[in-house]
Design a protein around this ligand. Structure first.
Ligand code: IMP
Length: 182
């Protein structure tokens, strides 16, 4: 059994739902893992897996994600959690007032530790920042992100639709295929 270490209800719901579709069950674990400030999610994930190796003998999965807005040179990126907590979706919309380019992307890096083996899986989803927040599903910046090819925000989609195209869904599919291939 793989233990998904996360404090985010939204991440857990999405990953459990997607992996369940592949017949893979996970359990949630709420271990206190310090999150380092680094330039990439991959560094954050690798550090978390190192720390977890000293805390638990269980096989573990972790997720670090970020929202990258092109008109802001990629901000908030690895500062997404802090930005969400401080200025939130409304604050981010204000930073984009008057911007012509509203293109953006989400990135997820998932790290898996199985015994001594460490694997990293990445997923992306490109889209645009909406003019206004819409929808009540999902979490975080979902109400202001419209994926390419869609007119709805992530927050207007049921979990299975978000998972089918999202950064986290793409990373979790790679995790599932890796686990099935072992
Ligand atoms: P972290 O991976 O916990 O550092 O998350 C970074 C920030 O991005 C958090 O504030 C989340 O709310 C936000 N975030 C992460 N994943 C998603 C997502 O799938 N949709 C919307 N916001 C997200």
């Amino acid at each position: 059994m793989i233990h998904f270490v996360t404090t985010s209800d939204g991440k857990y719901r999405e990953v459990a739902n997607l992996l369940h579709g592949y017949g893979i069950k996970i359990e949630r674990e709420r271990l206190p893992v310090p999150e380092i400030q680094a330039d990439t999610s991959e560094e954050v994930v690798r550090y978390s897996l190192d720390v977890l190796a000293g805390l638990t003998a269980n096989d573990v999965l972790v997720d670090d994600s970020g929202f990258y807005v092109n008109a802001l040179n990629g901000f908030p990126g690895v500062f997404s959690a802090y930005t969400y907590r401080t200025i939130g979706t409304r604050g981010l919309l204000r930073l984009l007032e008057g911007a012509q380019d509203r293109s953006s992307r989400f990135e997820t890096v998932m790290g898996l530790r199985l015994g001594k083996e460490v694997r990293v899986f990445k997923g992306e989803c490109h889209g645009v920042v909406a003019a206004e927040p819409h929808g009540a599903e999902g979490f975080g910046f979902d109400p202001i992100f419209v994926p390419d090819g869609e007119v709805r925000t992530f927050a207007e989609m049921p979990i299975t639709e978000k998972n089918a195209i999202s950064h986290r869904g793409n990373a979790a599919k790679k995790v599932a295929e890796f686990l099935q291939g072992r």
